[in-house]
Design a protein around this ligand. Structure first.
Ligand code: 28F
Length: 651
């Protein structure tokens, strides 16, 4: 079967790389050792391992696309258009390389959080582990215009490596794939994994993360399990520079983005950064393709270098007035967007912390520090006007830090809004027990009016909010409590804010955001979520924050009318109602409903649908990252404005 050319190629990878081989029995005996856990995290780790093999083939320069398909039968298919796993016979094992890759455990080839293999390294290592943990698996390899297939059950071959006429993937998928590359389809073993349902959003997140670390690779995720096919596609042109610029897309960058890239020994350092006029920091760090959510030595090295370089430059151009004047690490954080991305050999990496989200290699810190410090100094020298803008921003932060400290103390003294009387706009409920009291935050005065009429005043309070509330992401506590709408909200909630916050005093254990199902409504919803996430996260953590879901349609036939809360529900109801003439009304806003309707559909606990907000939801809303790849209309795009006051400092 092997051509001469293939054998020559196979000698490159076969001889040293696959050294000690074991069977897969230990994997089924102790799956946790190999994939960390057998819960949903482990389930998705196993899928990710297959995906990463495809990504490796892209990093090696051969694959341009990776498809991930969630099939109707519960299996998952991963496809790449790379070279295909070699199928020729390996003389030392007298078996096809494909079979070896899929059925033998590479000694020490544990995988999990540290699964990444740098381009050119050994890949395919984790496939056998996933195979062992699958009720069944089949792999197809497209090479030299032929399709090879082998099937397995619980990691054991069920067929030889056969040349087949046609791919086994469903016909509507075949048109997407080229006849080269690797296709892996597997059905996780329910005896190993108690829950074998893949989660679209988890996988989506995994792919998004991969997408920008591997520029110019197309990712396609398709989910055929539901009624409608769900689909997202990710593609990222320019590596981490574009990532930083994307994150700042809706902010106001104050200078052109800076990229520093240099290697030192085995460590390749890539850093992109750009300041915007916002106050928040958005710094992400990666090692190979692992997102180090808890940072680590690479991030520390970066921060040290940034603070140092800014201080050095400030001193150099003589902008420090007094001896000992300097900025702190915190001052360099405001408005900073940065990605710190290092690559190093997989077997050198030490992860730390409970979730292994932190890089521990101490040698990395000075490497990153030196490279970034030199890179920044050079950039500042060569771009004095850009450097000046960064200095201004950082000085502004330093000044604000001192001002904020003073303001905070003042708030603390005053006892932040405590004892203020309830806002006039609040229609409070009669109930005094917070655990059964609800506060509706309603968009606009007119819907507010309907809600006040329609509510059950015993336990439901209404607070109408006017138009756009302040975007609290950009604002400091002292500014926030000057803002009328927010102030009303804080007083109505009764728990205070900032250092003096006291959740025992919270007056409602259900806070329900009720806005129109349109763009404006989404803005307001987002702004309110941002406020809670940034300033009263405890309300979310305790499960007190909800979003009301008004119906989208009213379907009436004669005297009977029904409400539908989604397109799908509308279709079901239309079917149920059969042949009678049905009038479909689409609700555009809360204002279209009279008070009774509003009560019936959206406020009556018997009928209403409330979506409880989790901290993850809020994070998602908060993270600019969510709109990075443009699979959804970015909710914040329309309303992020520049409230930031710019100050010119005399430097
Ligand atoms: C859907 C998942 O697993 N893709 C892969 C390749 C390509 C090669 C390879 C993989 C065999 C013995 C190591 C091809 N030609 N997608 C994937 N694509 N593995 S896994 O080789 C693995 C070697 O030792 C490949 C030439 N060299 C490597």
């Amino acid at each position: 079967m092997a051509t001469t050319k293939q054998s020559a190629k196979s000698s490159e990878y076969s001889a040293q790389q696959i050294q000690v081989l074991e069977g897969l029995e230990p994997v089924r005996k102790r799956p946790g050792m190999y994939i960390g856990s057998t819960d949903l995290i482990g389930l998705h780790e196993s899928l990710r391992e297959i995906i990463d093999n495809a990504v490796d083939e892209a990093l090696a320069g051969y694959a341009k696309n990776v498809w991930v398909i969630l099939n109707r039968d519960g299996s998952a298919t991963v496809v790449d258009d790379g070279r295909g796993i070699p199928v020729d016979t390996m003389p030392q094992y007298k078996k096809s390389a494909l079979e070896i890759v899929m059925t033998k455990l590479h000694a020490g080839g544990k995988f999990g959080g540290s699964a990444y293999k740098i381009s050119g390294g050994l890949h395919g290592v984790g496939s056998s582990v996933v195979n062992a943990l699958s009720e069944w698996m089949w792999v197809e390899v497209g090479r030299d215009g032929k399709i090879y297939r082998q099937e397995y059950a619980a990691g054991n071959p069920k067929t030889t490596v056969d040349i087949v006429k046609q791919s086994k993937v469903s016909e509507d998928l075949q048109k997407f794939f080229y006849n080269k590359g690797t296709t892996v389809t597997f059905f996780p073993d329910n005896k190993i994994f108690p829950d074998i349902a893949f989660d679209f959003d988890t996988i989506k997140k995994q792919l998004r993360e991969r997408a920008f670390l591997v520029p110019k690779l197309y990712f396609h995720l398709k989910d055929f399990r539901g009624e409608d096919v769900r689909e997202v596609n990710y593609y990222f042109e320019g590596g981490i520079r574009s990532l930083v610029e994307k994150i700042n897309e809706n902010k106001n960058p104050i200078h052109k983005s800076i990229v520093i890239r240099k290697s030192e020994g085995d460590v390749e350092v890539e850093v992109a950064l750009q300041y915007s006029d916002s106050y928040t920091e958005n710094v992400e760090s990666y090692v190979n393709v692992i997102n180090t959510v808890n940072g680590g030595t690479h991030l520390t090295g970066f921060r040290m270098a940034l603070t140092r370089a800014v201080n050095d430059y400030g001193r150099k151009i003589g902008s420090f007035k007094e001896e000992g004047d300097s900025i702190t690490g915190d001052d360099t954080k405001e408005g900073l967007t940065a990605v710190v991305f290092i690559k190093m050999p997989q077997d050198m990496i030490q992860f730390e912390g409970q979730t292994k989200g932190k890089l521990g290699n101490s040698e990395v810190q000075p490497i990153v520090n030196t490279i970034v410090r030199e890179g920044l100094s050079t950039f500042f020298e060569e771009n004095p006007s850009e450097a000046r803008k960064i200095l201004e921003k950082v000085y502004l932060a330093a000044k604000a830090r001192l001002a904020a400290k003073a303001a905070k103390e003042a708030i603390l003294r005053k006892g932040a809004l405590e004892g203020s009387s309830l806002p006039g706009k609040l229609a409070d409920c009669q109930e005094k027990d917070p655990s059964v009291s609800e506060l509706y935050l309603v968009e606009g005065d007119s819907a507010g009016g309907s809600a006040k009429t329609g509510r059950d005043r015993k336990f439901q309070a209404i607070l109408p909010l006017k138009g756009k509330i302040l975007n609290t992401e950009r604002a400091r506590l002292d500014k926030i409590i000057e803002h009328e709408e927010i102030k009303n909200l804080i007083i109505a909630l009764g728990a205070g804010i900032g250092e003096t916050v006291n959740f025992d005093k919270l007056r409602y254990h259900r806070v329900i955001i009720m806005t129109d199902a349109d763009v404006d409504g989404q803005h307001i919803e987002t702004l309110i979520l941002t406020f809670f996430y940034r300033h009263l996260p405890e309300v979310i953590k305790r499960g007190y924050l909800y979003i009301a879901m008004p119906p989208l349609f009213k379907l009436s036939a004669g005297k009977v009318s029904k409400y539908a809360y989604s397109d799908a529900e509308r279709d079901t109801i239309l079917k149920e109602m059969g042949n009678v003439k049905i009038n479909t009304q689409r609700y555009k806003g809360l204002g279209e409903m009279n008070p009774e309707q509003l009560w019936d559909t959206t406020m009556n606990p018997e009928n209403r649908i409330l979506k409880q907000i989790t901290i993850e939801d809020a994070e998602e809303v908060d993270a600019v990252f969510t709109m990075l790849m443009g699979d959804e209309v970015p909710p914040r795009k329309h309303f992020i404005q520049t409230n930031a006051k710019t100050a010119t400092l005399d430097i």
